[in-house]
Structure formats: structure tokens, C-alpha cells
Design a protein around this ligand. Structure first.
Ligand code: AMP
Ligand code: MG
Length: 343
């Protein structure tokens, strides 16, 4: 298939919307990462998204809407909490999980009786949804398992020839995927951390917001006992949402956690060791408090280092005490296959 390259002009977005209406696949920019969109109410179109990405079919998609009223097509009721976060954070990088209406295909929700919904902030994304006249199901526009695409060229690298069109809209502002907030239980629970943090949501709702236990379980792994020295961890995630390989660069990746100076030293030492063996190492070291910059840069850095053909990626850990740091570390740990040492 020939992939059409489109701009964010109104004319091009209308052309893209026509493709969506006919059941085709269009990659488009959002403020988080590029999405691979299809008509969320069209089972065949949604099936084609899984096919193009090579995505396991039990991993549900986020449904994107352009106006709050469109929630009514997807869910039977909008709770007080849902209304509050929609009002406070939409359009923006927050996805909410709510009960689904029977009309929403099982294929879109991976067989669940709930649906994840978000209203993106990027105008091109909202225009695409509006012009298409349907909610758009869109996972990240990459091959399943590889780092999420934050630039049009990352989409092309993975999906050229596999999708109908890509709207090229420049860099994504945020750089990591949306916060996913489950509102179907007794208390609001974060299933995936993002740039909108638990504290911000908690403030908007006037009640505590919990993290899904699997997130903390994974994060606790960064706290390897320093007394045991630099030990390498082999973490086998238990919860189903964590079973798939995610965000992985082609190179082997190792995260180093600890005091900033010692991390830098250890990275230098390992880099030299790698080079002494005739191999190449790439380094990812973010500024200590620059969490948003780290979110913006992580996936593109991983893709660029792969492009340079490095054998090993050495990355400095971020503080997980910060909500955004926690969200970036969630991606970094998956990228590295939970391969982390503490110095
Ligand atoms: P992606 O499309 O790659 O950004 O991933 C979508 C994320 O939203 C995945 O982590 C899904 O597990 C999650 N998600 C989507 N729909 C639901 C749902 N109905 N219930 C729980 N999680 C969901
Ligand atoms: Mg993804």
C-alpha cells in the first residue's frame, strides 16, 4: 500500500477524514505522541489497526473525541468525577476509563465492558475527528513493542507502506502517552502515569487518587538495596497489562540509579568498558529536575541512538518522587526491560 503524506492544512485533513470514514488508517499528531487512527465504531477498521501495528488484540485502544458531548455516544452515564476531570483537563493528555455503551465494538475495547476516552489538545487531531464525524480509536503509531513516535519521521520509519496516510505535524509537545485514569471503581485509579499527575487529579476531584498496584510494584524495583552493591535486576512483571514488551530500542539498555555524580561515573566506566570490547555505547542523561524535558526527549533519543547503531544504551534514572519523573521512569524501565542497577 502507498502511504499518503499529508500536512495539517484544512484541505489535507479533510482528505484524511475521508480515509477514516471509508474505514482506512491515518496516523496523526497529538500533544502526547502520534496516534494511528481508525473509526472507533467500525470493527473492521479497528482490526486493521491491530494488524498494521502487530498489536496483541487484547490490548484496548483509546478512543479520541473532539467535543465533550461525544461522550454520550460512548458511555451511558457521566459521573461527577468524570465531569470534573473532563472540565479541568480536556482537551489534554488525560484519558478516562468509563463504562461503555453496547454500540462501542468489543474489538475497540479489547473485549472489556469499559472504554478509554480522551480529547486531544492538538488542533489537527481535533479537526480530523470533527471532519470524520466519528470517534477515532488510536493507539500510538508505531510497530508494537518499539518506542512511541513523537515525530512524523518516527511514524514513517515504522509504518510506511502499512497505513493509508500520515498527517505530518511536527514534534509532539509532551512526548509520552496520556495519563490513564480508571473511573469505574470505588476510587479513581491511575493505570498509566503521564504528565498529568496524581496530585493534580486529586486536587481537581477533592479526593485521593490511587496508583494501580502494578505500577508501584514495578517502580519499587528501582530501589535495589545499595548495600548489596551494583546488582543487576531481572524483573518479571506479574500483572497482565505489563506482559508485553514495550518501548524497546534495538540496542540493549541499562538504567543506572543513584547519586548524580556516581551515576555519571558509572555510566562513563561502563561506556569505556563497552568501547574496549569494540562496541558502541550511547548515553541518555537528563537534567536532574528537568522532568518535562525528559518526557519530551526520551522516545526520540531512543530512536536516534538506534539510528546511530549503538550496541548499548546507558541511561541515568530520574527521581520517582516527582509525578512526571515517575511517568518517565515508567517508560524507561519498560524500554530497558527492567534492567536497572543502583550505585
Ligand atoms: P496506547 O494505545 O498504546 O496508548 O495504549 C492505550 C492504553 O490504555 C493501554 O495501556 C491500555 O491498556 C489502556 N486502556 C485502553 N482502554 C482501556 C480500558 N477500557 N480499560 C483499561 N485500560 C485501558
Ligand atoms: Mg503504544
Amino acid at each position: 500500500m502507498n502511504t499518503l503524506h499529508l500536512t495539517t492544512s484544512a484541505e489535507d485533513i479533510r482528505q484524511a477524514a475521508e480515509i477514516i470514514r471509508k474505514g482506512g488508517l491515518v496516523a496523526f499528531p497529538t500533544e502526547t505522541v502520534y496516534g494511528l487512527g481508525a473509526d472507533a465504531m467500525n470493527t473492521k477498521a479497528v482490526a486493521a489497526v491491530y494488524e498494521a501495528k502487530g498489536r496483541p488484540s487484547d490490548n484496548p485502544m483509546i478512543v479520541h473525541i473532539a467535543a465533550a458531548e461525544e461522550m454520550r455516544r460512548l458511555t451511558p452515564e457521566i459521573s461527577e468525577d468524570a465531569a470534573a476531570v473532563m472540565d479541568r483537563f480536556w482537551p489534554g493528555p488525560l484519558t478516562i476509563v468509563v463504562k461503555k455503551k453496547p454500540e462501542v465494538p468489543d474489538r475497540t475495547t479489547g473485549g472489556l465492558d469499559t472504554v478509554a476516552v480522551r480529547m486531544p489538545e492538538t488542533p489537527a487531531a481535533r479537526d480530523l475527528i470533527r471532519f470524520s464525524g466519528c470517534p477515532i480509536a488510536a493507539p500510538s503509531a508505531n510497530l508494537s513493542g518499539s518506542p512511541s513516535p513523537t515525530r512524523a519521521k518516527d511514524v514513517t520509519a515504522d509504518l510506511e507502506g502499512r497505513i493509508d496516510a500520515v498527517i505530518e505535524g511536527g514534534d509532539c509537545r509532551v512526548g509520552i502517552e496520556s495519563t490513564v485514569l480508571d473511573l469505574t471503581g470505588d476510587a479513581p485509579v491511575i493505570l498509566r502515569p503521564g504528565i498529568i499527575t496524581a496530585d493534580e487529579i486529586s486536587e481537581a476531584l477533592g479526593k485521593p487518587v490511587l496508583y494501580d498496584s502494578s505500577l508501584k510494584e514495578a517502580a519499587s524495583h528501582t530501589a535495589l538495596d545499595p548495600a548489596k552493591g551494583a546488582q543487576e535486576a531481572d524483573f518479571r512483571p506479574k500483572s497482565p497489562g505489563m506482559k508485553y514488551k514495550h518501548y524497546a530500542p534495538k540496542a540493549e539498555m541499562l538504567i543506572i540509579s543513584g547519586d548524580a555524580d556516581r551515576v555519571r561515573e558509572e555510566i562513563g566506566r561502563r561506556k569505556r568498558e563497552c568501547e574496549a570490547q569494540g562496541k558502541r555505547a550511547g548515553v541518555i542523561l537528563f537534567g536532574e529536575q528537568e522532568f518535562r524535558q525528559a518526557a519530551h526527549d526520551l522516545f526520540s533519543r531512543l530512536r536516534d541512538l538506534d539510528g546511530e547503531g549503538v550496541d548499548l544504551i546507558l541511561a541515568g534514572a530520574l527521581s520517582e518522587a516527582d509525578g512526571v519523573g515517575f511517568a518517565v521512569m515508567n517508560r524507561m524501565l519498560k524500554s530497558a526491560g527492567y534492567h536497572i542497577i543502583r550505585v
